[in-house]
Design a protein around this ligand. Structure first.
Ligand code: CDP
Ligand code: CDP
Length: 218
């Protein structure tokens, strides 16, 4: 294979980006970076400091430490919103750019996020854009978050409605922002995972990776 292999996995909230990117990294022996965690950790720092995530978050981004990414409270609904708010600030994105590029530069990597194929690694050998219907994504995120508490059918539907509304609002904000909006790179291959379980998505992705590498003489 010629040159390092970078695989970009982008897509909307709860589409299965992380599940796919982690599995691809395992299958191909590459490092994996969840770039959403960077924005989540910056949002978390703002909330902890009693600041609105809409205020200037560049100092929080510049102060980020490896242990910030290992915190266990980065996946709450409050942090979802804070991450999206700080992610709309160009100075925050600039502060996090070199770390992401450096992560993939030496040995190659699989990175998942919103702008990996468009901004972070516009020359990535393989770009995947994972989608699923809003309802499927909301159901998956709800199942992921809910734990073991019993719930009746009406409660389930109402809870999924609430998750769906949050996902839609976050996708709308991420798509509408001026800097590094959520969108597929022109050369990304889209995988609609609505009817596919995680294993089927991985098989499809590996097929695309092999085809791309064959095309690029890798
Ligand atoms: O897992 P989920 O798709 O819900 O979110 P995430 O990937 O952890 O990203 C959280 C938020 O960070 C997103 O809503 C985006 O606003 C932002 N983000 C971004 O702007 N660029 C990235 N490369 C990754 C995340
Ligand atoms: O990283 P992102 O927010 O895009 O999604 P994720 O955390 O990888 O996936 C969200 C949830 O959907 C997880 O609980 C996955 O196990 C599940 N999932 C699924 O049910 N079917 C897929 N094809 C992919 C993910």
């Amino acid at each position: 294979m010629s040159g390092r292999l970078v695989i970009a996995v982008d897509g909307p909230a709860a589409a299965g980006k992380g599940t796919l990117a982690r599995a691809l990294a395992d299958a191909l022996g590459l490092p994996y970076l969840d770039t959403g965690l960077l924005y989540r950790a910056v949002g978390r720092r703002m909330l902890d400091a009693g600041l609105s995530p809409h205020e200037d978050a560049e100092p929080a981004a510049r102060a980020l430490q490896p242990e910030d990414l290992r915190r266990t409270d980065l996946r709450t609904p409050e942090v979802d919103r804070a991450a999206s708010a700080v992610a709309s600030q160009p100075a925050v994105r600039t502060a996090l750019l070199q770390f992401q590029r450096g992560f993939g530069a030496e040995h190659g990597a699989v990175l998942d996020g919103r702008d990996i194929g468009t901004v972070i690694f516009p020359d990535a050998r393989v770009k995947l854009f994972v989608t699923a219907s809003t309802r499927s994504r909301a159901e998956r995120r709800w199942k992921q978050m809910r734990g073991d508490a019993p719930v009746d059918a009406a409660g389930r539907a109402a809870a999924i409605d609430a998750v769906e509304a949050e996902l839609l609002a976050r996708d709308a904000a991420d798509s509408a922002r001026a800097t590094a909006p959520l969108r597929p790179a022109p050369d990304a291959v889209e995988i609609d995972s609505d009817a596919l379980d995680a294993d089927a998505v991985l098989r499809e992705a590996l097929r695309i990776v092999q085809a791309r590498l064959a095309e690029s003489g890798g």
